[in-house]
Design a protein around this ligand. Structure first.
Ligand SMILES: NC(=O)C1=CN([C@@H]2O[C@H](COP(=O)(O)OP(=O)(O)OC[C@H]3O[C@@H](n4cnc5c(N)ncnc54)[C@H](O)[C@@H]3O)[C@@H](O)[C@H]2O)C=CC1
Ligand SMILES: O=C([O-])C1=[NH+]CCC1
Length: 321
């Protein structure tokens, strides 16, 4: 019996690319809708001696290119950014198993994968819910997810302006400076307020730990698309209730939404469906002038698909050397 392979974060980083990530995440969302993926409900274990939360996310995906049986272990420790030497707040590993024998075949660093697949899920949802050209992107939150969403959406779209706001403005300023330098442009702009950031934007991304709404309905342009990615145990705290009540809201998976978004159900919010249904064409895309929300929870199927992608690329590269 061979030992499992360890694919460390720095190796994962080198193997990741946007186009394959998009394909893997799109396949995962579609497979969940088509019932070609199994995702047992994720568990949440709260440490009693710290704010750290441990999630276990088991999943299986039946797909020729991205199929896998795996389990992501991911911790959320929001105070990590306040350490003298800050650490990422979200850290993960993905266990990948041989499907026939159940033997552990690899442990794949999951922190970069979580970053990339989450931004790619927003890009996939945006493409399918609003298939049109955009001018202005607003990103609320300049942390790990805010940064990777800026990079991902800059890769897939030709935004004229990408605005970034953070409740600690200095963080947004630093990120804007970095991105303008990397891409040798001036399209990344720092906003002093969340309202300034959102007004007039065509696409909005929220990626914070905000416990109360940071986006209000009256700031939204007609037809705006919102990717609501962040918040803590309550996933839907970043947008005001009236946004959810008046928009076309889509989710990544029903099973997760029924438990983790039960609070929205109590507000009378009816989900239009899973993004996978729009991808397959079973659900029509919403009218372009309506406000749409992709409420992202994150899925084990996405992590499995990504771990398989990275595993295959790693083996391919090892065989070449
Ligand atoms: N839907 C999904 O699949 C995933 C969701 N997430 C969620 O995305 C969010 C961001 O994660 P990361 O970027 O990795 O974390 P991070 O710690 O790197 O960034 C969080 C940002 O939120 C800001 N923030 C903190 N408290 C705030 C508040 N009360 N109001 C406004 N802003 C506040 C911080 O200044 C920071 O810039 C988290 O809520 C996390 O749980 C993360 C990974 C996957
Ligand atoms: O899907 C995921 O990995 C996560 N969702 C919220 C925190 C981590």
């Amino acid at each position: 019996m061979s030992n499992p392979i360890f694919i460390h974060e720095d190796q994962v980083k080198k193997l990741l690319n946007w186009d394959s990530t998009f394909d893997a995440v799109e396949a995962a969302l579609e497979s969940v809708y088509n019932k070609r993926a199994v995702q047992s409900p994720r568990t949440f274990t709260q440490s009693t001696t710290s704010k750290t939360l441990l999630l276990t996310m088991p999943g299986h995906l039946d797909n020729e290119r991205f199929g896998a049986l795996g389990c992501k272990l991911v911790t959320v420790a929001p105070d990590n950014i306040n350490l003298e030497h800050p650490l990422p707040t979200i850290n993960a590993q993905i266990l990948l198993f041989e499907e026939a024998t159940g033997i552990l075949k690899a442990v794949v660093g999951g922190t970069e994968i979580t970053k990339w697949r989450t931004a790619a899920a927003s890009a996939v949802a945006t493409k399918h819910l609003k298939p049109k050209e955009f001018q202005v992107l607003a990103i609320l939150g300049a942390g790990v997810q805010g940064r990777i969403h800026a990079i991902c959406f800059n890769h897939f779209y030709d935004f004229k302006e990408i605005r970034i706001w953070n409740h600690n403005v200095h963080k947004a300023e630093t990120l804007v400076q970095e991105l303008n330098q990397v891409y040798n442009c001036q399209k990344f702009k720092c906003c002093q307020s969340n309202e300034e950031c959102v007004r007039g934007a065509d696409v909005v991304v929220t990626a914070t730990f905000a416990k109360s709404p940071i986006v209000q309905k009256e700031w939204l342009k007609d037809g705006v698309h919102i990717n609501a990615v962040g918040a803590g145990l309550v996933h839907h705290s970043e947008l005001s209730e009236s946004i959810y009540q008046s928009s076309h809201v889509y989710i990544d998976h029903w099973a997760g939404a029924q438990t983790e978004l039960a609070g929205l159900g109590k507000l009378g919010v009816e989900f239009k469906g899973e993004i996978g249904g729009v991808i397959t064409g079973d659900l029509p895309p919403p009218p372009l002038d309506q406000v749409t929300v992709f409420q992202s929870l994150g899925m084990a199927a996405e992590d499995c698909a990504m771990a398989r992608l990275i595993y295959d690329l790693f083996i391919q590269e090892s065989n070449m050397n």
